[in-house]
Design a protein around this ligand. Sequence first.
Ligand SMILES: [Zn+2]
Ligand SMILES: [Zn+2]
Ligand SMILES: [Zn+2]
Length: 458
Amino acid sequence: MSENKPLLSGGAQGTAPGYAAGGYGGAPPGQPPAPYPQGQPPAPYPQGQPPAPYSQGGPPAPYPQGGQQGGPPPPPQAGSQGQYQGEVPNTDLKDDPNARPVEASAPPIDKMDTVNGYENVGFNSAYLPPPSYDESQQPSAPERREFQNSPTITEEQAREALLGLVAENCCYGAGAAKEMDIKDLKSSSAFHYTLETYGEARSTTWAYEPFTGQPIDGPHCGPAPGPWDIAAQPPGMFQNSKVEVEVPHTASVKPCHQCLASGRIRCYRCHGRGRLHCSTCGGTGRDTYYENGEHRHRCCTWCDGTGRRRCYTCDGFGQVTCNICQGRANLKCYIKLTVTWTNHADDHVVERTALPDELIRGVSGQVSFEESQIKVWPINHFPDAEVNQASNRLITQHNSSFRNERILMQRQRVRIVPVTEVSFKWKDSDYTFFVYGFEHKVYAPTYPQQCCCGCTIL
Ligand SMILES: [Zn+2]
Ligand SMILES: [Zn+2]
Ligand SMILES: [Zn+2]
């Protein structure tokens, strides 16, 4: 195949070379190759319109559908290009080494095919509410077993826990923990209710990428399936995740809108002139130096006195490879489906001592109740009414919150976290601290021997 044959011969008035030199599709020498292996011409413009007027070249060359046999025309080769033919500034620019290619813009939406069921797809992702589905999976509240109580701790465990806290804080004195006279241990249970709703959302957008000969699954392969009919499996329940899939039968090849199917665009550094001011002499062509007590001039050696130099970004051609089609001149356009799985989690802590509630979230406790259903029922049999109310409230809230998602599963859980309030006397003063969680974490904001109040270590 003719790897070196450019699609368009670079400059103005270029025409598509066709396939004469090639052997696309393996035609015997001397015979014209069959450009369409499937025997049908590509139909990138369903309404039969001609391609948009391309000022700098002929229409895009036709491609074999599927691209497996012929492949795309090779990209325009470096070196075979001419000078940039579009609009350029009248004078050389000051060099800006930080110049960057402009943000690529999306193709015009009216050039996209019309796909049944996807008429409103644009270049911004838009969510598609799920079709209504059977929500009455669970006709009645499930059988539920009794809740279990959580264990309590002993005086010794309370003291050990406090000594552990002292050991973690290098400037805490251990004396109080060792000598304290424990007066009372009050055991209680904190309840941590969590509700998770695992939902799937789907959104579509037009997408495009350089056409490099990849297979084109277009409308000729059949009608596009609906966005909620495309199979997608989450990696695991209650895990946040996202996949992107090409919607079958929506792809087509279109000439690149940015470079007008030439593969090249105006250089972003010299704006097409191919030259820049010489930054060494500032464009004057003269270099000033100091010798024998006076300023002297000489011809700038960097630009040979011309005051301008070739643009290194485009090698003086004024044009660079198109950043949208990456020089391929054509784009594969297709509808992209994004499937997003989100685990929405909310919780409620019931904790009735002076221990800050949020500390309960970070420690382990006994999972006293757990239930997973597509739609869970509010808990109504927990011994603590506040937990039942929280379950009711959060489930109602979740069931009306995620309108754009299909709910795959819900899970609710109650953890019972042991909390012990320890009262002690030390040096004639009364103190309290808390031991909580299976880890026996300690919350002792008033511990008597902290650094700032009586610590002897500096
Ligand atoms: Zn110079
Ligand atoms: Zn340039
Ligand atoms: Zn392009």
